[in-house]
Each structure stands twice: as C-alpha cells, then as structure tokens.
Ligand binder design. Structure first.
Ligand SMILES: *Cc1c(COP(=O)(O)O)cnc(C)c1O
Length: 379
C-alpha cells in the first residue's frame, strides 16, 4: 500500500503498488499456465522472447533462469576459462565477476568514474597491462550499466574493437534505458539482463535474458541453457547448465512488459524531481546527456553517509547502500589483478553512496518527505 501520511513508513521499492495495478491480469496469466501445465518452456517463453527482442530491436532474445546465468552462459558460449582474463569493474554486484572466476578465468578489476559509477574507459589500457602481467590473455570486457545508466559505449566499443575483445553489456539494472538511438539490449556484442523482482523489469522469482544479433551465438546459448543439448534432449553436444526461465515467470513478465514504458516514464519523472529537489542539498550521480537511465536506483553521494542513513531511517525513510565494499576488497576476489594500484573511485564510492526510495509509484508528497528528511539530515 502506498504511504501517504506524514509518518507512515516509506517503501524503498513498492511492488505492492504495482500489484494493485496489475494484479488481476497477472493472476489470470499465471492461471493460464496452471491450466495448460507446460511449466517448462511453455508457449509464454517463446512469446516473451519475441516481445523482448522486438522491444530492444535485436534479432535474438534468449531467456534464462537469472541475470547471473545470462552472464555465465555468455562466457560459456565464448569458451572462456583458465588462462583467460575478463575485464570487469570492481564497483558492481558480485555476479559480474563471479561468473568469470567460476569458470576458472581471471577477473581483472578496473576502476569506475566517480561521477557516474560506470566503467572508467581511460583505465582500460591499464587493465590490459595488468592481465598480461598476470600471464592471462584478455578475452572480454563486461561493462556494467550501474543503477540503470548505460556505460560509455562509444569508447568501450572502440577499445574492444581495437584489442579484439568481446563486449558483454551487464544490463541487469538498465533494461529499458537507451544510449543515443540504441536501446539497451542492442548495445555490445551481447547484453545480459536480470528479472530479479527489484530490477526495473522484475518477475516474481528469478529470471534473466540475453540479447544478441549473432545467430550462431543465439543457437549456442539456446543449447547451453538445456544442458548443451543438440538435436534432442538426450543429445549433448556441449557441457551446459539447467538455465531455463520458468513459464510462469514468462507469463508474469509479459503482463509487466505491457506497462513497462509507462513505468519507465514514471521513474524518469521521479528522478527528475529528485534532481531538482536535491539541487544544492546533496551531490547526485551524473546522467550523461546522450543517454537515458532505467533508474534502477537513485543514488546520492555524501560524507558521513552512515549517519545520514540512520537519520533518514529514524524519519521513516529507508535507504540502501549499493555497494558498501568494492569487489577487489571482498575476501573472495582479493587475489585477482587490479588495473592500477588501488581503484580510488570504487573505494571512494563504496564509502559515500546512498540510494533513495525509487519506484514508478512514488507519490510526490512521499518524495517530498524524502527530500526534506535528507535536507534535514545534512544540515
Ligand atoms: C542483479 C544483477 C546481476 C545478477 O542478476 P540475478 O538475476 O540476481 O542473478 C548481475 N549484475 C548486476 C549488475 C546486477 O545488478
């Protein structure tokens, strides 16, 4: 339920408000699946894949069980493994680097830009050198569109072309955003997204998708998600995974996709209002003029961040810290190469970022409470 009174707690992400709008349609969609009973690879999966491919303007969309599986399947399809390096930002969700390490390849951590928190293109050369110094062969770059804003693809594409690196867009947070005249999904050699419930387009469980114009890659991905199957289920032509999206989740996503553009416009309105209301109050992450964001998060940076968060919490305003520790400082990833001595922007951001309540159903008076509470906390 939407909080409208001056003291009611505010939702960080309000899935109940969306459910109020779409509930009946989603319930009917789920019931149709319960009735036809094709829970695995039922007709809704193919229907969703064609709707998603159209939405992004790409030839192929391959749905899968999660955003993590999307990344994993792409690296598997490229044959990435021991001896290979994949350049990834350190300031991201663990899955971006996890899939690289899981395959026995080496994630090479590169810094991000302080003002957008996206990949720092001018540090990519140092990442190549770090890979070579570690004795591994650079094969790919995974660019993350953090908080919903596409990375700097002009420079990243040029760099990847020059060095024959495969470009994967980790668009888990940016589905629906655009860069120039291209929709996320059509950027990079391949793009991966997530339908985790809290992402801009979320289902009611785990889910993900991969987008590409490459016919051969799409065929391999479709095989990989069903145990590397060939011409039939018991023909295994490669080592794969069980990576399918459930039919019920596809049915939910079809209903949510139908209102997604409207929700994106609402997110943009909320973000624009935050930017106006917070001018002179606190620094917000930058949005580059040649792109739009899907506004998975609205993120500010401030000193004494933890005290500010506690003051907001006391005023009934929830916040979240994405991400409190850069990956190169995590115990699981501490041994991997860094593009330079320390990654100062990643380290600095981890200590200063704070994400505010953000969803398409955030009412203006509730948003004003957030802005006022923040102004009070920073006084
Ligand atoms: C959420 C997320 C993922 C993983 O998606 P799951 O569906 O949760 O597996 C990968 N990368 C980034 C940047 C994410 O935010």
């Amino acid at each position: 339920m939407m909080a409208t009174t001056a003291t009611a707690p505010i939702a960080f992400i309000d899935l109940a408000a969306q459910r109020e709008r779409l509930g009946d349609r989603i319930d009917s969609a789920i019931k149709r699946v319960l009735d036809h009973g094709a829970f695995i690879m039922g007709p809704e999966v193919a229907e969703l894949e064609s709707a998603l491919a159209d939405y992004c303007g790409v030839k192929h969309s391959v749905t899968c069980a999660s955003g993590t599986d999307a990344l994993l399947m792409v690296l598997l399809a490229r044959g990435i493994g021991p001896g290979d390096a994949v350049i990834v930002p350190s300031f991201t969700f663990a899955a971006t680097a996890e899939v690289v390490a899981l395959l026995g390849a080496t994630p090479v951590f590169v810094d991000v830009e302080f003002d957008t928190a996206n990949l720092a293109v001018n540090k990519l050369d140092a990442a190549l050198q770090a890979a070579r110094a570690a004795g591994v062969t650079p094969r790919a770059v995974i660019a993350v569109d953090l908080f919903g804003q596409p990375a700097d693809y002009e420079e990243i594409e040029a760099f990847c072309a020059e060095h024959e690196l495969f470009l994967v867009a980790d668009a888990a947070q940016s589905f629906g955003a655009s860069w120039r005249d291209r929709r996320v999904g059509s950027i990079g050699d391949v793009a991966c997204t997530s339908f985790f419930p809290a992402k801009p387009l979320g289902c009611y469980g785990d889910g993900g998708a991969i987008f590409t114009d490459d016919d051969e890659l799409a065929t391999v991905l479709r095989s990989l998600r069903v145990h590397g199957q060939g011409s039939n289920k018991y023909d295994n032509v490669r080592v794969g995974i069980n990576g399918r999206l459930d039919t019920i989740q596809a049915a939910v996503l079809l209903e949510k996709l139908a209102i997604f553009d409207d929700e994106l416009r609402s997110r943009e309105r909320v973000a624009a209002r935050y930017r106006d209301g917070l001018k002179g109050v606190v620094d917000v992450l930058a949005l580059r003029p040649d792109r739009t964001s899907a506004w998975a998060q609205f993120t500010i940076t401030c000193d004494a961040r933890d005290e500010v968060a506690a003051t907001l919490q006391a005023a009934g305003v929830p916040t979240a810290i994405y991400y409190p520790v850069p990956l190169h400082w995590q115990p699981a990833y501490a041994g991997f190469p860094l593009a330079s001595d320390g990654l100062p922007a990643s380290e600095e951001l981890a200590g200063h970022v704070l994400s505010l309540p953000m969803h398409p159903y955030l009412l203006e008076d509730v948003q004003d409470r957030v802005i006022q509470a923040l102004a009070g906390a920073l006084r």
